[in-house]
Design a protein around this ligand. Structure first.
Ligand SMILES: C[S@@+](CC[C@H](N)C(=O)[O-])C[C@H]1O[C@@H](n2cnc3c(N)ncnc32)[C@H](O)[C@@H]1O
Length: 213
């Protein structure tokens, strides 16, 4: 799959219905587990009034939460216009529409229009992208202080589940695919780029990594 096909498929999978469902779950139950771990890790750095660049930010849970105590600006990038609409709706409702910029499209194509920020996050996004290496290079390059992301665990049982999900997508004619990229290669790249690992946390099937410069 090339990256254009990836973006069309992403727009379709992350459509209005899913965006509404995600919002309902967030409003009823709060952030999902990986998001909660990322929030805890970011808050440990005790940053204040900084800018967040959230890549593949979905309905915007990370910035909705971090506006409470850590950030004063956010840039929200997503390949799905439906998710951006829902994120923006929440920001307008909370009176912070002017503090958030929304950028729609494939983050790798958009690299020149994304501002550098103290915090850069990718929550469950690297696994949506075929060319993880380019994605990580482009996004890590935008972070000044913290680079935080979640990925599916690079383990056999997670790979089996994701292969089954991909097989169902193939049968349904859905072009979207999820990926379990090699965590060793990912860390090797971040090491080369000069990042130091601060923490690894996670759940049974997800890992959350926090890097600092
Ligand atoms: C699984 S969702 C995660 C959303 C949110 N980060 C969360 O954890 O709730 C993946 C998100 O990444 C976005 N995405 C996937 N590939 C992308 C790309 N190349 N550029 C920008 N956004 C992308 C999708 O549109 C979707 O909103």
């Amino acid at each position: 799959m090339n990256c254009c096909e990836h973006c069309d498929a992403t727009e379709e999978v992350f459509g209005p219905e899913k965006a509404r469902r995600d919002l309902k779950r967030y409003l009823n139950k709060g952030p999902d587990k990986t998001t909660e771990i990322m929030l805890r890790s970011i808050r440990r750095a005790r940053l204040n009034e900084v800018q967040l660049l959230d890549i593949g930010g979905g309905i915007g849970v990370l910035h909705h939460e971090l506006f409470k105590d850590t950030i004063n600006r956010a840039v929200h990038v997503d390949a799905s216009s439906a998710f951006i609409d829902i994120a923006q709706e929440q920001d307008l409702e909370h009176g912070r529409g002017a503090q958030v910029d929304y950028i729609h499209g494939d983050v790798v194509d958009l690299s020149s229009s994304m501002p550098a920020s103290q915090i850069v996050t990718l929550d469950r996004v690297i696994c949506c992208y075929p060319d993880w290496e380019n994605l990580v290079k482009v996004t890590a390059n935008k972070a000044n202080m913290l680079y935080v992301f979640s990925i599916p665990r690079d383990r056999w049982f997670v790979k089996i589940v994701i292969s089954i999900e991909n097989a169902f997508r193939r049968i349904k004619g859905d072009a979207f695919r999820a990926f379990v990229h090699s965590s060793d290669e990912l860390h090797g790249l971040l090491d080369q780029l000069g990042w130091q690992q601060l923490s690894i946390e996670g759940t049974l099937s997800w890992e959350v990594y926090t890097y600092t410069k």
